[in-house]
Design a protein around this ligand. Structure first.
Ligand code: MN
Length: 253
């Protein structure tokens, strides 16, 4: 059993260290992760410059000046002379709830694993970035999910998006399956000035919760449960196909 571990916070982050240690009790773990924080990278691939892979001092840990998707793509598409059996991403420093998944590099790392044919789990600790105290809880949750997946394999097209309350493990109330909620639109951009007086901007915080009622991932973690959302990648709005067919009538004269 060989597990590829990646993330978007960078190979030095406490979350990926905890995850690597927890999964090492179940499998041979290889880490291939960005050299620095690439949160918000989504599914981007680096195509304009070559990718370089560096070995970290720890065994079986590699870092790449690239995106999470670059890392998983490299690791699963020929970097090694062996195949991985699963991809686990995280433990992210911060939640990936609702529409966060669209921007998330953590989820993107799992999505890339799934595109390349592997079972994939994305794990995120629901904490304010930088303040996460319980990455060991997140890593233990990941270990239990991987063990469960080994006992009870799932459809390989599923991606599991897991959000974990930032509490000691004994305070978790259990595991629940959820759907993604939605946020309000993002907060406004934050203007500032560079040292030469020119305007610069920071992307503002994610919007507040909008659709966060019972059954959603937001509600689940707010109540102290681990949220497990099965994701699919199918952007087609299937229900709109008949409407579109009639909408296009007459357009070609
Ligand atoms: Mn991150």
């Amino acid at each position: 059993m060989k597990i590829l571990v990646s993330n978007d916070d960078g190979f030095r982050s406490p979350g990926i260290r905890a995850l690597r240690e927890a999964l090492a009790t179940l499998a041979e773990v290889t880490v291939v992760a960005p050299d620095r924080n690439r949160s918000g990278a989504s599914n981007s691939l680096t195509l304009d410059v070559p990718l370089r892979v560096f070995a970290a001092p720890e065994p079986n840990v590699y870092f790449v000046p690239g995106t999470p998707t670059d890392c998983v793509h490299l690791a699963v598409s020929g970097l090694f002379d062996f195949e991985h059996d699963m991809v686990v991403a995280g433990v992210n420093d911060g939640p990936n709830l609702g529409d966060d998944v669209l921007y998330s590099g953590t989820v993107a790392a799992a999505v890339e694993g799934r595109f390349l044919g592997l079972p994939a789990i994305a794990t995120s600790l629901c904490t304010a970035p930088g303040s996460g105290a319980h990455f060991d809880t997140g890593a233990e949750v990941a270990r239990r999910l991987v063990a469960q997946l080994l006992r009870k394999p799932l459809d390989r097209t599923l991606i599991l998006n897991v959000n974990i309350p930032d509490v000691p493990i004994e305070q978790l109330r259990g595991f629940r399956t959820t759907r993604l909620g939605y946020r309000h639109r993002s907060e406004k951009i934050i203007p500032a000035q560079d040292p030469r007086g020119r305007p610069v901007y920071w992307v503002g915080p994610a919007g507040a919760e909008q659709d966060a009622g019972p059954g959603t991932d937001f509600d689940c973690v707010a109540n102290g449960y681990v949220s497990v959302t099965p994701l699919q990648i199918d952007f087609t709005r299937h229900a709109a196909l008949p409407v579109m067919a009639s909408w296009l009538e007459g357009i070609d004269g």
